[in-house]
Design a protein around this ligand. Structure first.
Ligand SMILES: O=P(O)(O)OC[C@H]1O[C@H](OP(=O)(O)OP(=O)(O)O)[C@H](O)[C@@H]1O
Ligand SMILES: Nc1ncnc2[nH]cnc12
Length: 173
């Protein structure tokens, strides 16, 4: 499937979760086996020859394709979670939301300093979440090779927050 066809599997929901936001609903994409397979191949395409050891998925929608990408790249899959969900020794990173702050966490022993990491999430909006993910990977000593997103909201300029030339998004709005 080309990107125009894939874009038909994303549904615009106006004024969700609040007035003025157009929510990008990936539910139709999840429902189609053919679209899932095609999206997974598009997401990993720039990273096939990059020796990716670990795909990181950001809770919760980043888990869905993150795992499929890890399978397709023969890589490990590691969860980056909202606070208080992961057992054992963890590293935490607070980040800014539109209003207030949130926190992401990773298990300390889930990455080694030798790992090449690909960070995945469904949507790149302001970039706060993805920048926090980068900071967590940096704290483990692992290398962030790049990012892969399904959707990038270009007008929010999230890419500018990410200190990495490899930011690949399949669909731009
Ligand atoms: O670039 P940003 O402005 O940081 O926004 C992007 C983040 O927002 C959404 O997550 P949400 O908090 O809605 O969580 P969910 O995946 O659990 O639905 C999305 O899945 C990204 O993780
Ligand atoms: N407009 C949007 N649609 C879906 N997920 C989002 N995460 C941040 N902004 C979003």
């Amino acid at each position: 499937m080309n990107n125009t066809t894939l874009s038909k599997f994303i549904k615009d929901i106006p004024n969700f979760p609040k007035e003025g936001i157009v929510f990008k609903d990936i539910s139709p994409l999840l429902a189609s086996k053919e679209a899932r397979e095609s999206m997974t191949q598009s997401l990993i395409a720039p990273y096939k020859d990059k020796n990716i050891d670990v795909v990181i998925g950001i809770e919760s929608r980043g888990f869905l394709f993150g795992m499929l990408m890890a399978d397709a790249l023969n890589a490990k899959f590691v969860m980056m979670r909202k606070p208080g969900k992961l057992p054992g020794e963890i590293i935490s990173q607070e980040y800014q939301l539109e209003y207030g702050t949130d926190t992401l966490e990773i298990q300390k022993d889930s990455l080694s300093s030798r790992d090449n990491v690909l960070i995945h999430d469904d949507v790149l909006a302001t970039g706060g979440t993805a920048a926090a993910a980068l900071s967590l990977v940096e704290q483990t000593g692992a290398t962030t090779v790049g990012y892969s997103f399904i959707i990038e909201l270009d007008f929010l300029k999230g890419k500018d927050l990410l200190k990495n030339p490899n930011v690949h998004s399949i669909l731009h709005y």
